[in-house]
Design a protein. Structure first.
Length: 291
């Protein structure tokens, strides 16, 4: 795996999150990165499984790419043994890929299925938000040492509050840091994702607090108005309402020198030619992030 030299310029730290070009398989994304001069890629577990873990490891190593993240582990709020087992598998996959971190989307209220309306009768749904967050802390106590033994860093990702019910009961960096801090920084860090944190009045204070715990910096824009499916409201930088410069400065001042992923979920972006998408996001990265 190619190591990023200390003090590398921001432009060389651009990473393509695979789902920005969702039509591409792992092999196609790796090839696209090589053709466009991209040095790092963020991968998704289901796509790695489709390609085959061993084959994916070979592809990224032969291409000289860094794996900036593996997405995703998490969904810990059920407290089930099955969830813990799946996260152990995710940790093992991240170790094999030498990923800089395993992104943890911690899960919503137990019984609420992402993208589906809740059962209005309430059958099978827990509305105990505090209890759901406690389950995350309990799971981390089990998983963090396992990850540490394998050289993997768990990266807790707070999501915008509109996803609290179904995807992540962590909505702010402060909440993520509260859960991360009982563990060694090399075992549990946090993700700073512009889409999810730009609105938070404490975001700059919490980025400074995070310091060495910043395991990943992900960038995309927040579109207005949001589409009907709010999961797809992530836009190319400059197409939405986020002011990137102060967030870039805050993350840099906190000491983060890792790769910077562009992660976009957007129906129009996904429908476009992936080569054109990659060229466009690289240009916007240069204009709005690398500076």
């Amino acid at each position: 795996m190619t190591a990023r030299p200390p003090g590398a310029p921001v432009a060389s730290r651009f990473s393509l999150n695979q789902w920005t070009t969702k039509r591409w398989s792992v092999a196609e994304a790796v090839d696209g990165c090589v053709r466009h001069g991209v040095e790092a890629v963020g991968l998704w577990r289901q796509d790695v499984a489709a390609q085959g873990l061993d084959q994916t490891v070979k592809l990224v190593r032969d291409a000289g790419l860094r794996v900036s993240s593996l997405c995703r582990g998490g969904f810990l709020t059920s407290g089930s043994a099955e969830s813990l087992d799946d996260n152990r598998r995710a940790i093992d996959e991240a170790a094999a890929l030498e990923a800089a971190c395993l992104v943890m989307v911690v899960g919503g209220l137990p019984g609420v299925v992402p993208g589906e309306p809740p059962d209005t009768a309430g059958d099978g749904i827990s509305r105990d938000l505090a209890g759901a967050r406690e389950r995350v802390a309990e799971a981390l106590a089990v998983l963090a040492p396992y990850a540490g033994e394998r050289g993997v860093r768990l990266a807790l990702e707070p999501l915008h509050p509109m996803y609290c019910a179904d995807r992540a009961v962590l909505s702010t960096l402060a909440q993520a840091l509260d859960l991360a801090e009982p563990h060694p920084a090399e075992q549990v860090g946090v993700v700073v994702d512009t889409f999810h944190v730009w609105w938070d009045p404490q975001v700059f204070e919490q980025i400074a607090r995070a310091g060495e715990r910043i395991a990943s910096y992900q960038v995309c824009d927040f579109l207005h108005p949001l589409p009907a499916d709010v999961l797809l409201g992530r836009g190319v930088m400059g197409d939405g309402v986020i002011d990137f410069a102060p967030l870039n400065r805050a993350v840099a001042a906190a000491g983060y020198t890792g790769d910077i992923e562009v992660e976009i979920f957007n129906a129009e972006v996904w429908a476009a030619d992936p080569d054109e998408v990659l060229a466009r996001v690289k240009a916007r990265f240069g204009e709005l992030v690398a500076r």
